[in-house]
Structure formats: C-alpha cells, structure tokens
Design a protein around this ligand. Structure first.
Ligand code: LER
Ligand code: MN
Length: 277
C-alpha cells in the first residue's frame, strides 16, 4: 500500500478535512515523507488546469491516487440523482470529465456527496436513480480505463449509503467498474467492527481514506492502525491510503504524523504481502 493525501482546490464553501495550502510545498513535503500519491478534490473539472496539476504532481514523483468530486456538490449543488434532470445531466457531464482526467493515472473517481441525498424519497427510488446514472458512465469508464468509487459516509453527513453493506448493493447491481472507497472515520461511526467491514468489502475495495475516530491524522486518536492495515492486506488491497483529516496542528505536522504512524506499519506488512503474491 502507498500513502496519499487529499488536496482540495479552492472553493467558497467550507471543507475542513483536506489540505489546501501551497501545492508545491505540500507535494514537496509529502514526497519527502514517503507519500506516493495525491488525491485532487476538483470543484469544476472543466475549469481546472489539469495539465498543470498533472505535471506538477509528476515533477515531485507522485501519482494521482484518485479524483474526488465532493466539491462539485458543495460548490454547485450537483448530484447524479438530482430530481431535476438538467442538474442531474450537468452532474453526469462533470463525472465524464472527471473520468477523462482520472485516466492520466488510471485512478478512481469518487462518488461521495455527488451521489445526492435521499431527503423525502424512498430508498428504492434514489437507488434506481443512482444505479441508472452510474450505468450511463460504464462505457466512459472502460474507454478511459477508470473506475468509480462509492464512499459510504456517516449518518450525520448523508442520509443515503452509510455502510459498507449498502455500498456493496450498488456494486452488485452495476459491475466491477464500481468499487468501494472505505473511509476509516466514517466506518468508525457506522460499522460494528471496522476490521469485519474490511473483510466483508474484500476485493471490492478500490481506495481508502484515512483519519482517526476524531478526524485527526493517524496516530492522534484511538484507531488501531496495525490491525486496520493488516486487514486491508488480508483482503488483497494494495492501493492508496489517502489522508483525509483535519490538517492539525498544521498541514506539515499532519503529513509528518501520518507518515510516522503508517510508514513502519505498511513496510512491515508489505514485504509479507509481496512474498505471498
Ligand atoms: C469525503 O471523502 C468525505 O469523507 C466526507 O466526509 C465529505 O464530507
Ligand atoms: Mn472520505
């Protein structure tokens, strides 16, 4: 597994759980601390200078681990299950562009907040809307060799898809171009046991967000990282652990803290994993 961190491009709405500081400095530090990836949260995929982001990322020896899309929801209210079809179409247009960008490093595109809220709709109704929207993206995903990532979010942030079990139902009804994004902060709230949930998600895991139970960087809370990392390896996951935490006490400290907590654990299990596969 490799370390990554979420970087949020500028938005007007508040989002506290990503690094937003000077990008050069963040990339430089991350590379020094042994991070291999950066996940860009991009509010508008049509307005971003993606070539510049890609070049900068590669100049520092990093890869794009995933593209997250929550800022398109926060900034423009776009969702792929919106009852208003023109808003839904606009969200899908954004998704197709995100997929094209993600093809640079064949990474996943996150379906978190952009999947929309249930509000007063029946769960069957929103599920049908989500599944049909996702299916319209299948060809684009396969042409660009990119996958989608369904992220269960805790009940205080959304009223639709809070658990691994619920997210797996979407994977079952779509296809293997749809994977799960497991976020340790959300799992700590929603799952009875985080390690059992990892085992249940198994081969469907495509990406991981890491933060403590209190949403601080790993090492500043009570999650047992050795156990969690071991379970990700147990199910054959060898992708990115992407920091999405409150960047406290500073973004520099957050990156350092994450590296110091996780590098030795990952190193320990990686050798074992490589020998077995
Ligand atoms: C996004 O990845 C996430 O985890 C959410 O909490 C966003 O609000
Ligand atoms: Mn997350």
């Amino acid at each position: 597994m490799k370390l990554s961190f979420v970087y949020m491009l500028p938005i007007k709405t508040e989002f506290k759980y990503a690094i937003k500081d000077e990008l050069h400095e963040a990339l430089k530090l991350a590379a020094e601390f042994g991070f291999k990836g950066i996940e860009y949260n991009i509010p508008n995929p049509f307005e971003v200078d993606f070539k510049r982001l890609l070049k900068l990322t590669e100049d520092y020896g990093l890869r794009i681990s995933a593209i997250s899309t929550g800022s398109a929801y926060l900034e423009y209210g776009l969702t792929i299950t919106h009852p208003n079809s023109s808003i839904r179409e606009k969200a899908l247009k954004f998704m197709r562009k995100y997929i094209e960008h993600a093809s640079a490093h064949n990474s996943g595109v996150v379906v978190g907040l952009i999947r929309g809220r249930r509000d007063n709709r029946a769960v069957e109704e929103i599920a049908e809307s989500l599944i049909s929207s996702i299916r319209t993206l299948e060809d684009h995903c396969s042409s660009y060799d990119v996958f989608l990532l369904i992220e269960p979010l805790n009940r205080y942030e959304t009223d639709y898809i809070n658990s691994v079990e619920e997210a797996l139902q979407i994977v079952e009804q779509t296809g293997d171009y749809v994977k799960l994004l497991l976020d340790t902060f959300h799992m700590n709230i929603e799952e009875r046991n985080m390690c059992d949930a990892i085992l249940r998600a198994g081969r469907s895991i495509g990406h991981v967000h890491i933060a403590e139970n209190n949403r601080l960087p790993p090492g500043l809370g009570s999650i047992c990282w050795k156990n969690v990392v071991q379970h990700f390896y147990r199910v054959g996951f060898n992708g990115y652990l992407s920091l999405e935490a409150l960047p406290r006490p500073s973004f520099k400290e957050a990156l350092k803290q994450t590296a110091e907590t996780l590098n030795p654990i990952v190193r320990g299990f990686q050798a074992e994993y490589d020998n077995q596969s």
